[in-house]
Write a protein that binds this ligand. Structure first.
Ligand SMILES: [Zn+2]
Length: 65
């Protein structure tokens, strides 16, 4: 076992912990009356105005690693 391998493992675990935290916070986001992606006003508790916005938002969130 080299030190490098240990460091990599350690870092991966930290990154996974951060990612899990982000996933949790995403899961609990409630509808705000506005599309989370384009800010269009919504009349119900949806979080996005359409699937494109949901996909777009998802893409940007996941890219922010
Ligand atoms: Zn939208």
């Amino acid at each position: 076992m080299s030190d490098d391998a240990d460091k990599t493992q350690d870092r991966l675990e930290k990154e996974n912990a951060i990612r899990r935290k982000e996933m949790d916070s995403i899961k609990y986001i409630k509808g705000t009356g506005h599309c989370l992606n384009c800010n269009t006003k919504l009349n119900d508790s949806r979080r996005w105005c359409d699937k494109d916005c949901a996909d777009d938002w998802d893409y940007h969130v996941n890219r922010r690693k």
